[in-house]
Design a protein around this ligand. Structure first.
Ligand code: ADP
Ligand code: MG
Length: 248
């Protein structure tokens, strides 16, 4: 097992060691209001992701893994007055809506358990979508043709050449998730945030998806993957556990 307790140089509470920290949550709290009842899901969770590191967050169902990942990706906001999320020394809590959109669109790529592809768009159209949204902010794309080329390369690398014009409903689960990963990577983010990326797949297809994530890691991508499965979590460089709203 590759968990914190066996990483000699590791500090306490999910700290990364050695390299630069690219993304961190420090003392983050999140409370949901369910009618008149307050549900405290995160109670001061802290983690650090080093540049180029693959970190797994392991926790049982309902422990707040998705909640934490959404906060890290700027998809939701932590409780006020608590800690925050830092991306390359910048507090994303302080971002205005334009900066936050840029962060979500360019700095992080998101992969979900249930793919979240748009059903009416083809594989190609789903994949280029984040680049179309980014347009002017993407210095390295000059035009639509270049975006299409980048998407085609990724999809080809993921074995989807023959599926470019297909709609999600015509794809297997594995093909849907590969499309979703291509979409997450089209804008060349620094960080991939994957929420139970194999959770809806059989073991062998899930293994293929993990291999693909591993390849991206080997090419230098920083990754946080959440899962309730310790075998899957053990693929990462390091794992931390989310228990009772705290990263242990
Ligand atoms: N939007 C929401 N409103 C109210 N409660 C929520 C909401 N999202 C999640 N929860 C609750 O927060 C807890 C943690 O959810 P989640 O982060 O999805 O856990 P996990 O991903 O670890 O299964 C659960 O009890 C869930 O019911
Ligand atoms: Mg979840």
């Amino acid at each position: 097992m590759n968990d914190l307790t066996m990483t000699p140089a590791a500090g306490q509470q999910g700290q990364a060691t050695g390299r630069d920290v690219i993304l961190s949550a420090h003392d983050v709290a999140k409370t949901y209001q369910m009618g008149r009842v307050e549900v405290k899901v995160l109670k001061g969770a802290s983690i650090e992701l080093a540049t180029g590191e693959w970190l797994s967050i392991l926790g049982s169902s309902g422990s707040g893994k998705s909640t934490l990942l959404h906060l890290l990706g700027g998809l939701d906001q932590a409780d006020e007055g608590g800690g925050g999320i830092r991306y390359r020394q910048q507090e994303i809590t302080g971002f205005n809506s334009r900066q936050l959109n840029t962060y979500r669109n360019l700095s992080v790529g998101f992969v979900f358990q249930f793919y979240h592809l748009l059903p009416e768009l083809t594989v190609m159209e789903n994949t280029v979508l984040p680049a179309m949204v980014a347009r002017g902010r993407l210095k390295w794309y000059r035009d639509r043709a270049e975006i299409t080329e980048r998407a085609r390369e990724l999809l080809s690398q993921f074995g989807l050449d023959h599926r470019l014009e297909h709609r999600p409903r015509e794809l297997s689960g594995g093909e849907r998730q590969r499309t979703a990963i291509a979409r997450a990577l089209v804008n060349q983010p620094s960080i991939l945030l994957a929420d139970e990326p194999t959770g809806n797949l059989d073991a062998s297809t899930g293994g293929e998806i993990l291999d693909l994530i591993k390849q991206q890691h080997e090419q230098g991508l920083s990754i946080i993957m959440v899962t309730h499965d310790s075998t899957i979590a053990s693929q990462a460089d390091r794992q931390v556990h989310l228990v009772d709203g705290i990263v242990q």
